[in-house]
Design a protein around this ligand. Structure first.
Ligand code: F6R
Length: 607
């Protein structure tokens, strides 16, 4: 994964490299580093841990160069040590890298045989050494040295280089990993994403596969794979730089949970005209064109696909599959011309999802991307784009982005049901009007957050937690368990409650908290029976249900949290919220790093 940035300017660049890295930290935060060229020499500094530790280190350094590169890392090859942190350097070259070089071992052996020594365990150092050889032994110019080197690399990369003695040159290239350019006045920029560039420039463009770019402060030359100078479409960014302000909240995750009533209103306001009960949607396909829907995503985004599978089959009668992107691509799935493939992603940069999208594109043009980051790779690869409009999500554990994915998928579900005439006009308006209830329902639950917080003491004393749901609440049980694992490092498992008796019931004893989701819907009684089985084995049930469900579950457990009554189709969206709060308050109780949990990154750009 990792985030990279490069700036060439007539002014000093160090502070802006750090500002840019702050915006890129979501891509990895186990170590970071910068390098600049000043007085013809390469100066660099690296540090393990969060960016703050690099900032502290740099207080004692005065890097006054006007060209520089920066990196924030999520370790792939080699532990997150200072030696493995980027930039990687040789006598003449400093490089930062996002991606993985699959054939690096082959080059490393070649270089070792020629007497080259390595300091780190990374694949990136091999690139620095290969470029160095081209410059110092074969006397290549930097651009040529980079081009000849990348020709041999397999895998994915976005790379940015600076060179000793060259104070007005930055070279960057990409294949597989994204890279954007920003154009300024007597300065130019390169970065892994547009959000970080928006700090410095509103005029940007994206490099295409295999492009190599040479940037000076006055000029940007982009070369395509054949070496021809090319132009790439310039876009003017209209969004403001990402707001890194937590306001009155302790963590971004807390802020993002609590702002959900406003976010939901914002998403609905964007697409739904409440007074006329009409939708104003981006260009989308007609459901009548398809025989099947395949929804694809990773992690939390996959769970939104799983919820949507229930919705699409029920309301539209269309066969629908939900697929893990990381599995989809490699099992040679059958994709037909009349399938609609829906890719769901907050970042729009997840390598597994992009890989699955590229695979699907070989068989069908019917590619819809549901994404939150509108300037993302997936947006550029898809035929249709349906933005989730949740605003930037900074906390690594996804909360408001998941909820907005559910809302968009529900809107798409209603549109498709109308296209196929599987719902009446009246049902359609009831569903649309029903969605408008959500902000109020969310606010009501949030006002009782302290009651949920009290429940969380039970979790911190356990080694494991089970989440149970049935039917459309099964994916929500999976999502609840994932949230808890991610930020509190507690083992948790989501299970379909009907499956409990087929194995996991063996886990139940008096030390096992079981979070049960059971509103009074069609599967209420069946789930209640499953929960009785838990009770008979002394499991500690924490039940989330509605008014009627509470009345009928009085003898089951004393730990009942009553959620507002709502229409059945809103149930998965509503029952997500208490599980986000459980994860957050448990992590607080345990004192873990809520916004940047260990081993994770916001955007997973490696397969
Ligand atoms: C969990 C979480 C991850 C992401 C997954 C996909 O809280 O955030 O599981 O959902 O990595 O990321 P996107 O949605 O950016 O494709």
């Amino acid at each position: 994964m990792c985030g990279i940035i490069g700036i060439v300017s007539e002014k000093q660049v160090l502070d802006r490299l750090i500002d840019g890295l702050e915006r890129l930290e979501y891509r990895g935060y186990d170590s970071s580093g910068v390098a600049v060229i000043a007085r013809e020499e390469i100066f660099h500094s690296k540090s393990t841990g969060k960016l703050n530790s690099l900032k502290n280190k740099l207080k004692h350094n005065l890097f006054d160069g006007c060209v520089g590169i920066g990196h924030t890392r999520w370790a792939t090859h080699g532990e997150p040590t200072e030696i493995n942190a980027h930039p990687h350097l040789t006598r003449n070259v400093a490089v930062v890298h996002n991606g993985i070089i699959e054939n690096f071992a082959e080059f490393k052996n070649e270089l070792l045989e020629r007497g080259t020594r390595f300091n780190s365990q990374t694949d990136t150092e091999v690139i620095a050494k290969l470029v160095e050889e081209k410059i110092s032994k074969e006397k290549c110019q930097p651009l040529e040295a980079v081009r000849l080197t990348i020709e041999r690399l397999r895998g994915s990369f976005a790379l940015c280089f600076i060179f000793r003695g060259l104070e007005d040159l930055l070279i960057a290239t990409r294949k597989g990993s994204p890279l954007a350019l920003g154009f300024g006045d007597k300065e130019n920029f390169v970065s892994s994403d547009a959000a970080s560039l928006s700090l410095f420039s509103k005029k940007i463009c994206y490099l295409e596969e295999g492009d190599v770019v040479a940037l000076t402060k006055d000029k940007v030359n982009i070369f395509d794979t054949s070496g021809k100078i090319v132009n790439r479409d310039i876009q003017i960014l209209n969004s403001d730089p990402v707001n890194l302000n937590k306001g009155k909240f302790k963590h971004f995750m807390e802020k993002e949970i609590f702002e959900q009533p406003q976010v939901i209103s914002q998403v609905l306001g964007f697409y739904l005209n409440a007074s006329k009960e009409t939708l104003s949607l981006p260009t989308l396909p007609e459901a009548t064109e398809f025989k099947r829907i395949i929804l694809i995503g990773c992690g939390t985004a996959f769970y939104s696909c799983l919820v949507a599978k229930y919705w699409f089959e029920k309301l539209c009668g269309l066969p629908t599959h939900a697929e893990l992107a990381s599995e989809f691509r490699y099992r040679s799935p059958v994709v037909n011309k009349d399938d609609l493939l829906v890719f769901v992603s907050q970042s729009g940069e997840t390598a597994d999802t992009i890989g699955a999208l590229k695979y699907a594109r070989e068989y069908s043009k019917n590619i819809l991307a549901i994404i939150n980051v509108e300037q993302s790779s997936m947006a550029r690869l898809a035929t249709w784009v349906f933005p989730t409009k949740a605003g930037p999500e900074i906390g690594v554990a996804s909360t408001k982005a998941f909820v907005s994915q559910l809302i968009i998928l529900k809107i798409l579900n209603i549109k498709f049901a109308s296209d196929l005439s599987t719902i009446s006009k009246e049902q359609r308006s009831n569903l649309l009007i029903g969605l408008l209830e959500l902000p109020r329902l969310y606010a009501e639950i949030l006002s009782k957050n302290q009651n949920i917080r009290k429940l969380c003491k039970k979790f911190t004393r356990s080694n494991s937690v089970l989440y149970l749901g049935r039917d459309i609440l099964y994916p929500i049980a999976l999502e609840g368990a994932l949230k808890l694992k991610e930020i509190s490092y507690l083992h948790a498992e989501g299970y379909a409650s009907g499956e409990l008796k087929h194995g996991p019931i063996a886990l139940i004893d008096k030390s096992m908290p079981v979070v049960a989701l059971n509103p009074s819907t069609q599967v209420f009684e069946k789930t209640l029976s499953n929960l009785e089985e838990v009770k008979a084995r002394k499991g500690k049930i924490i039940l989330f249900t509605d008014e009627k469900g509470k009345e009928l579950s009085k003898d089951l457990t004393k730990s009942i949290f009553q959620l507002p009554n709502c229409s059945d189709f809103l149930v998965p969206i509503l029952y997500t919220l208490p599980l986000q709060l459980i994860a957050y308050y448990t992590a607080l109780e345990k004192g873990t790093d809520v916004d940047q949990p260990r081993n994770l990154a916001k955007s997973v750009t490696v397969e």
